[in-house]
Write a protein of this length. Structure first.
Length: 148
């Protein structure tokens, strides 16, 4: 994992949900990749090697559980942490995701703080650095300070 800029792949058929997630993680300096279904998600995961995948359950083309199963069959991606983020709250779905190695399961609608806390248990989230380079010092509001 790249500690300075964790990479998160969001896989959800809702562009709105993907936008919300991108906005939620932007202040933490995360690099966000997106996919609209499991098939796209697998392709993006193989290319980008994300540090974490936030995965919806119900999607067209390939659902989240099928994508999770395929991830676990791929030697290069099998250890990628996955959090299911879905409206599916049934015990059978949660158990199936756990059997396939999902690290967590969050139902929609989700609370930002809960999602951030669960993600922070898996990858390091920190605020973006606001430090200025040494040669870029701000000028004093009242002009230069004279020595005493």
């Amino acid at each position: 994992m790249n500690a300075s800029s964790p990479k998160i792949l969001t896989v959800d058929d809702s562009k709105t949900v993907r936008r919300i997630l991108a906005g939620l993680f932007a202040p933490f300096g995360c690099s966000i990749c997106e996919a609209a279904n499991g098939e796209e998600g697998l392709a993006v995961a193989a290319l980008e090697k994300p540090d974490l995948i936030l995965l919806d359950y119900n999607m067209p083309v390939m659902d989240g559980l099928t994508m999770l199963q395929r991830l676990r069959e791929d030697a290069a991606l099998r250890h990628t942490p996955v959090i299911l983020l879905t409206a599916e709250a049934g015990a059978k779905n949660i158990a199936a995701a756990a059997r396939l190695g999902a690290r967590d399961y969050i139902t929609k609608p989700f609370q930002d703080e809960v999602l951030l806390a669960k993600v922070a248990r898996i990858i390091t989230l920190g605020p973006r650095s606001l430090a200025r380079p040494a040669n870029d010092q701000p000028e004093a509001a009242d002009g230069p300070v004279s020595p005493p």
